[in-house]
Design a protein around this ligand. Structure first.
Ligand SMILES: [Zn+2]
Length: 342
C-alpha cells in the first residue's frame, strides 16, 4: 500500500458522476443526482478498497530512475495532469500536500447561475486575476510532456487545468477536461469570445476597477480586500443579453460527455497511466485512476504529497514534477522551439 495516512472518505464517491464535485466532505451522490439526474454507466461501479504492490520513490534522483524504467517498460501511456504542472508558471494550486483546501472553495455552478451577486464577485475578481493567467508561460513540466508526445510514447493527455499551458508548450493531443479560461461563452445563445476581448468589456463597464491590486489566486481568481462588489457591473452577452460564463467547468457542473469519452478512448489505447501534478481529489480525474486499477493497468503518480489514488498506485514518485521530468526535455531537440513558439 502506498498511502501512509488513509483517506477515510475515499469510497463515498458517486458512481458515474460526471459532475465536478466540490469536495470530499459532502454527499457527492446526492449532489450529482440533484444536479445531473444521471445514472451510472455499466463500467463505473464503485471501486472497492484495494491495494496493489507499489514502489515509492521519495528523492528526486530515485524518482528519475524509477520514471525512466516506467516509461521504458510501457508502449503507450495515458497521462492525466493537474495544478502541480502549473505552479512553476506562477499559477497557484488549491490544495496542500495532504489534499486539503488551502483557501475558500471556488465558486459553484449553482451559485453562479442563481445569484447576480456571485457573478459580480466572480467577474470583479477575475478582472484583476486574469492578466497574470493570460501571461503565464509553459513550464519545464509542460515541455517535457510535449517531448514525450513527440517521442510517440503517449496515447493522449488529459488535463484538469484550464490554463492551456500544455498546448502552449506544443502538446497536440490534449483534452481540457474542465474547459479553458481563455474563452467565455453565453449561456443563452452559446456565443463565445476570447477572454481577452471580454476583459476589455469588463474594463469598459468598470473603468475604475483595474486600480485594485490583489493576491493572485487559482484559476484567474484574485483576493480583493475590502472590494465593494455591489458597485461592479457585469456586462451582458453582446448578442442576446444573456449571462456570460468562463468556458470552464465549475464545481457542481457536468463535464461534457465528449471530453470524457475521448479521454476514455485514450485510456483504452494505453498500457499504463501516469498522473502528473495532481492529488486526484476531484472525481472527474480520479475516475481514470479507478478505471486503470480495475484493468490492472500499471499506474504511476508524480506528485508531491498525498493523492486520493495512493492505494491504487503501482509507482509513487513523491518528488517535484519539473526536476523529475527534466531529462525528457533535455533529450528532445524540438523542446526549445516549441517553447518559443508557444
Ligand atoms: Zn448570448
Amino acid at each position: 500500500m502506498c498511502s501512509e495516512s488513509r483517506f477515510t472518505a475515499r469510497w463515498r464517491v458517486a458512481p458515474g458522476a460526471d459532475t465536478l464535485d466540490a469536495d470530499f466532505g459532502i454527499d457527492r451522490k446526492q449532489m450529482s443526482l440533484d444536479v445531473a439526474g444521471m445514472t451510472p454507466a455499466p463500467d463505473e461501479e464503485p471501486t472497492q478498497a484495494m491495494s496493489r504492490p507499489c514502489h515509492v520513490a521519495r528523492s528526486p534522483a530515485d524518482a528519475v530512475v524509477a520514471l525512466r524504467a516506467f516509461l521504458d517498460s510501457h508502449r503507450r501511456i495515458f497521462v492525466l495532469t493537474g495544478a502541480g504542472c502549473s505552479t512553476d508558471a506562477g499559477i497557484p494550486d488549491y490544495r496542500d500536500r495532504d489534499g486539503r483546501w488551502k483557501r475558500p472553495q471556488p465558486v459553484t455552478w449553482q451559485s453562479f447561475i442563481e445569484f447576480a451577486a456571485t457573478r459580480r464577485r466572480y467577474w470583479a475578481r477575475s478582472l484583476v486575476g486574469w492578466p497574470a493567467v493570460g501571461r503565464a508561460r509553459p513550464t519545464l513540466t509542460h515541455r517535457a510532456l510535449a517531448a514525450l508526445e513527440r517521442a510517440g510514447k503517449l496515447s493522449g493527455l488529459v488535463t484538469q487545468n484550464v490554463d492551456r499551458l500544455h498546448q502552449h508548450a506544443g502538446h497536440v493531443d490534449v483534452v481540457d477536461l474542465h474547459g479553458r479560461l481563455d474563452r467565455v461563452i453565453c449561456l443563452s445563445c452559446r456565443h463565445d469570445m476570447a477572454r481577452s476581448d471580454w476583459q476589455q468589456q469588463l474594463l469598459a463597464a468598470n473603468p475604475n476597477w483595474s486600480v485594485h491590486s490583489a493576491a493572485f489566486a487559482p484559476d484567474g481568481d484574485a483576493d480583493l480586500a475590502d472590494a465593494d462588489y455591489e458597485a461592479f457591473t457585469v456586462p451582458a452577452c453582446p448578442r442576446c443579453g444573456g449571462i456570460v460564463k468562463p468556458d470552464v467547468v465549475f464545481f457542481g457542473e457536468n463535464v461534457p460527455r465528449d471530453r470524457v469519452a475521448r479521454s476514455q478512448r485514450w485510456l483504452d489505447e494505453a498500457d499504463a497511466m501516469l498522473v502528473v501534478g495532481s492529488s486526484l481529489m476531484v472525481y472527474s480525474g480520479f475516475r481514470f485512476a479507478q478505471a486503470a486499477a480495475r484493468r490492472d493497468m500499471p499506474l504511476a503518480a508524480l506528485n508531491l504529497g498525498h493523492t486520493r489514488a495512493d492505494d491504487l498506485l503501482t509507482l509513487k514518485l513523491d518528488a517535484p514534477c519539473a526536476d523529475t521530468l527534466s531529462f525528457l526535455a533535455a533529450a528532445d531537440p524540438d523542446t526549445r522551439g516549441a517553447a518559443d513558439a508557444g
